[in-house]
Design a protein around this ligand. Structure first.
Ligand code: PMP
Length: 402
């Protein structure tokens, strides 16, 4: 006798670690923000007008016409040598690096996933800044890690709080974004980096240092990663990405590490995706060889600086007394804490009605979220559009004043 088919629709059983994660908490917000009548400050979306389309086209043309057989073939998990050499050249500006110490990834997001695969056991603790980059938390969480937020101030993570958290929670690793952080836009000054490095060396905890924004400086000065401080190279996996400098669609980034962990990272990468796209790797290698990326990034940064200025100037007068807002010296994001009595998530529907969207800050906290916070990306729109939309946001904030 056969069992009659169930009338209920079939539902795939999913792994416990993904249960309840059917959609990102931000998916609905991005859907709202995509409405044509809404000016969105929600996503860290580079302005497509600033893409170096001609140069990228020329590099793809060259790769396909000169190295087509190789570009369309399987490659190696470590990454194509030309790209690793170019990556090593860039990293070596701060930290002597050989091509053999580079592992290519499909964007930093894959780098974070590879790191989690290679390093984390279920139940491990990862210490993160409070607040931190949401999708890193997700990549660690699906590997069963428990994230614990460490207190920060305007200079980033607080070394004493970090040391205390290490002693209490015995983390497997610490994850930091020291330069032009996502979501706050904050940067750790040198002294703070040194203090953090001392804590990590004293306690023997490895560092995952995520640096996708560091080159997008508005002041002309750039920050060497914590990995470049004495004794930190071997204790740090440094992640870089071409996403914010050249194109997020191309999906190329890399990790820099030292010692045997490099082999583990390559095995994990191979298990996940064999290798990153060879044609894209060779295109980026050609780009880094023949195009002046620094000049391109300087042009992009000059435009972003104007937009940062516009947003900083527009937002200051519309914030309530006691609110706190960052003034980033690079990167893409400005972070505002409206203060007690405000809930940025609740306010969002009214903001969208008024034609402006942002990301409520609660989603960037591993724990103890400040619900009055919001992340505003200043890179996508012109100063005039920013000024107008922030003024409308100001009206919404005023209407929510307790
Ligand atoms: N790390 C941080 C801190 C980010 O902000 C982002 C992009 N939003 C990423 C990693 C991932 O970027 P990608 O995979 O495009 O390199």
């Amino acid at each position: 006798m056969t069992t009659p088919p169930s009338s209920a629709p079939f539902r795939f059983p999913v792994a416990a670690r993904y249960a309840g994660m059917e959609s990102s908490p931000l998916k609905d917000i991005f859907a709202l923000a995509a409405r044509e009548d809404v000016v969105s400050f929600a996503g860290g979306i580079p302005d497509p007008e600033l893409f170096a389309l001609e140069e990228v086209t020329a590099c793809y043309d060259w790769v396909l016409s000169q190295q087509g057989d190789r570009a369309l073939q399987y490659g190696v998990s470590e990454g194509e040598l030309e790209l690793r050499e170019q990556a090593a050249r860039r990293v070596s500006r701060d930290l002597p690096t050989d091509a053999s110490q580079i592992r290519v990834t499909s964007g930093s997001q894959e780098g974070l996933f590879v790191v989690a695969q290679a390093l984390l056991e279920p139940g491990d603790v990862v210490l993160v800044e409070s607040p931190t980059y949401l999708a890193a938390v997700q990549a660690f969480a699906v590997h069963g890690a428990r994230m614990i937020g460490v207190d920060t101030d305007d200079d980033g993570v607080i070394p004493e709080a970090l040391e205390e958290a290490i002693r209490t929670h015995h983390p497997r690793m610490v994850y930091l974004i020291p330069t032009f952080q996502n979501p706050t836009g904050r940067t750790m000054p040198l002294e703070r980096r040194q203090a953090v490095a001392e804590v990590l060396q004293r306690t023997d905890v490895p560092l995952i240092e995520d640096d996708p924004y560091g080159a997008l400086s508005f002041t002309g000065s750039t920050w060497a990663p914590i990995a470049a401080l004495p004794g930190m190279g071997e204790r740090t996996i440094l992640l870089n990405s071409m996403s914010k400098l050249m194109s997020p669609g191309v999906r190329i980034g890399w990790m820099r590490a030292e010692g045997p962990v490099l082999d583990t990272l390559a095995v994990a990468k191979a298990a996940i995706s064999m290798q990153s796209s060879v044609v894209d790797q060779l295109m980026v290698a050609r780009y880094l060889e023949t195009v002046d990326l620094d000049a391109h990034v300087a042009r992009v940064s000059a435009v972003y600086r104007e937009r940062r200025d516009a947003m900083s100037a527009a937002i200051a007068p519309v914030l309530p007394d006691g609110a706190h807002v960052t003034r980033p010296e690079g990167g893409m994001f400005l972070w505002a804490a409206l203060g007690e009595g405000y809930d940025a998530q609740e306010m969002l529907a009214d903001a969208v009605e008024a034609g402006v969207a942002y990301l409520p800050g609660w989603s960037f906290y591993a724990d103890h979220a400040d619900r009055s916070t919001m992340r505003l990306s200043f890179v996508t729109h012109s100063p005039a559009v920013i000024e107008d939309a922030v003024a409308r946001l100001g009206e919404v904030i005023a209407a929510h004043r307790a």
